[in-house]
Design a protein around this ligand. Sequence first.
Ligand SMILES: NC(=O)c1ccc[n+]([C@@H]2O[C@H](COP(=O)([O-])OP(=O)(O)OC[C@H]3O[C@@H](n4cnc5c(N)ncnc54)[C@H](OP(=O)(O)O)[C@@H]3O)[C@@H](O)[C@H]2O)c1
Length: 324
Amino acid sequence: MIKAGIIGGSGYTGGELIRILLHHPHATIDFVFSTTRAGKKISSAHPDLIGETEMEFTGEVNLHVDVVFLCLGHGNSTKFLNENNFSANTKIIDLSNDFRLAKDAVFNGREFVYGLPETNKEKIKKAKYIANPGCFATAVQLALLPLAKAGKLGNPVHINAITGSTGAGVSLAATSHFSWRTNNVSWYKPFTHQHLGEIEESLHALQSNTGELYFLPNRGNFTRGIFVTAYTHYNGSEAEANKLYKDFYADAVFTHVSDDPISLKQVVNTNQCHIHLHKHNNTLLITSAEDNLLKGASGQAVQNMNLMFGFEESTGLYLKSGVF
Ligand SMILES: NC(=O)c1ccc[n+]([C@@H]2O[C@H](COP(=O)([O-])OP(=O)(O)OC[C@H]3O[C@@H](n4cnc5c(N)ncnc54)[C@H](OP(=O)(O)O)[C@@H]3O)[C@@H](O)[C@H]2O)c1
């Protein structure tokens, strides 16, 4: 059994990690650190865990755990690591965007590997430090990487994506207030969302002449999930595109190409990403869907942990979808 620590355990991604790790056959939760709830039961923040764990949040950090997950807002991971010097044997998986870009990947002598198993599996297996991809970034990259690998990503690419309210974290904001969010849809950060940087880096690593990405994120009237529709110019047939994608994801455990159109609920509460392709004249429409808190965050973090420790990649991650 490996010992895991969770920092930011009362938040959404921290809560999802607790739920997964409580049932992981090779990992045990050593501590769940909280700045605001030390001494309180974990079920005080995550009431669905009543009866599953009697553990309490702590204000103490064990610097010698085998793996620590940082579930903190951007900038806070850097700060936390400066204040808490984990042992050289402790593997770190960071869920923020502090270390995702190449320019930020080396921090205090630690080299962070970008944790997208579909493209980086061999590096992840050898890594000690992982920068877990963003939620939108995961769904968008999985939609576009096969085209880039084949050098066939068109220019421009239009990307429309809608996310549930959990994507913004547990703190209440005007745009997560029930009265505003329910029965409502809106866009935000048009063409400038912070995940564009990591998306562009990954695509560019596969195809040097990538062009414009027009990324329009939307807020949806639901709590979990990301649904992406991207389209671009494509010369080949729909059958060729399907073969290209199915070949690219042949070894992927959680990313699958569907012959039928997809909908969001088929992946919610799972670690899956589903993809569908549709050709119209010279345009290829790529749809991808994932759960932002699982494949977009904590599920992928555990997938990375499994790879780093030599466990079966899917361990602890066969979850039950809420398809109806
Ligand atoms: N939500 C998603 O869908 C999603 C997907 C992918 C990646 N991410 C990224 O994952 C990270 C966590 O996201 P989240 O949605 O779980 O956020 P969250 O719900 O806001 O939780 C973050 C938690 O961090 C703790 N915290 C706040 N300030 C802190 C500080 N200065 N030092 C230590 N702990 C502090 C708080 O817990 P305590 O009060 O218990 O200390 C807070 O609840 C973010 O960087 C986010 O961008 C989120």
